[in-house]
Design a protein around this ligand. Sequence first.
Ligand SMILES: [Cu+2]
Length: 508
Amino acid sequence: MTHQLNRRSFLGLSVATTAVAALAACTPTPPVTTGTARILPTDPLVTAYETQRASTGKTVSHALTARSFSTTLAGKNITTWGYDGSLVAPTLRGMAGDQLNLTIANQLPESTSIHWHGLALRNDADGVPGLTQEGVGTGKDYPYDFKLPHPGTYWYHSHVEMQRERALYGALVIDDPQEPLKYDKEWVIVLDDWLDGITGTPDEVLKELSEGMGGMGGMNHGRGDGGMVMGHMLMGATSDFLGVDAGDVAYPFHLFNGREPGNPEIFTAKKGERIRLRIINAAGDTAYRIGVPNQKLTVTHTDGFPVQHIEVDAVVLGMGERIDALLTVRDGHTPVVALAEGKAQMAYGLLSTGTGTPPARGSLPKTLTGKVVDGGQLTADPAVSLATKTPDRVHELRLTGGMANYDWGINGHRFDMAKPFENAFDIKAGERVEMKFVNDTEMWHPMHIHGHTFQVGDTGARKDTIIVRPKETIIVRFDADNPGQWLFHCHNAYHAERGMMGVFSYVK
Ligand SMILES: [Cu+2]
């Protein structure tokens, strides 16, 4: 199985490191695995960088158990995998500079890990089996222990195969010791597309998609009505905003903090209070168009980093992206709606002052129009904009593959976790790195990089995940200031698992 491959390759790294250390005394550092001296997660430099990170001297301790559990969803009994036996994992919280000490106990029938999405954390805590650690085996515990590097809205999730497509994900909020925003309350909202235990399992979906649709090319697909479903595959789900094809997978429903639309969450507040929404798209194959009917959202952050405030009617969040927005509470019940982009479905929750009656589900809007943006179209707060510098290194990352063979890749190469450094993108500490995403496919991809927050263009937002539309080219840049081995990938769970991943590899 793949996790055994992961283990083997990680052990391979460990052996290589030992070999490097043993030989360092007598000869120049010999090549590790591919002829290049790579700064591995076990390198003392990783610890040295961690020591330099600001510290509050405080430690936040948690324990989580990953296990199978049963619950009821939309009136149906399901069995799925999650943290601490819930569809909604605990929201983890700490101050920037705190030490997070979290022990994961694995009671799943296969190995697992936790990835801390969006954090520029120490490389050996990044949670990618086969690259930064060995997978945590069944019945084993594993301690994650690292400094929370910067404030913002983040999340954590399993980074093993399709596990995140069950309930192995949760919110991670890092507070700013000098929080500049003024608000009365926070509402953390996690969105997800759900099918596990209802129409199948994520592994079954992956298997079906992997067979491709080479023979189906001549079919007349429905358009604009959420598409046509064949098995788990969704065809003709269209979104002009995303460049036509919105998604590959049909879901029975979408979750808003673990609740399906028949049983929405109600968040209570007083009229006139300002609410900070922290919205996370944890879905596998669905972008959400989020808005409040007849009310503007003031967007303040994307992917944890501040942007120049902007009033919008809706925001489109790709998988893995986050947005923070301010909302002033109106009297009565105010729906916060997340339309599954191109899929004719929604998730929603209600903001309530305790007066009046909740709106009927059927009365909620099926469209959100007006000023609609995605995170890639926002402007960075100047305080977090990168200083002007000519890039030291440019990597072109062409997004390749298609539905016919479901053969997603980077530059035509399909990533193999057993050989993580094959076609790796080398970088060196101290460099300004430019990544040029060129989308050669007919599908949009939310591209995510681990361990760094890039800037979009010259003045765009600082982000770790960005929507790249079909045939679009997007240039992003980051400072290589966090040595180690870092995965980057499409955050469509199915695209990533089928090969649209790569490694940014710090070399000596
Ligand atoms: Cu993709």
